[in-house]
Design a protein. Structure first.
Length: 27
């Protein structure tokens, strides 16, 4: 988490997926 790329960062998707799975929210 040092270089942020302004090109569809996989961090957002991974964070969303991780949070969704942890929360149990299948959006």
């Amino acid at each position: 988490m040092t270089q942020i790329r302004p090109r569809t960062p996989p961090t957002f998707e991974q964070l969303r997926a991780m949070a969704g799975q942890e929360l149990g929210v299948s959006d």
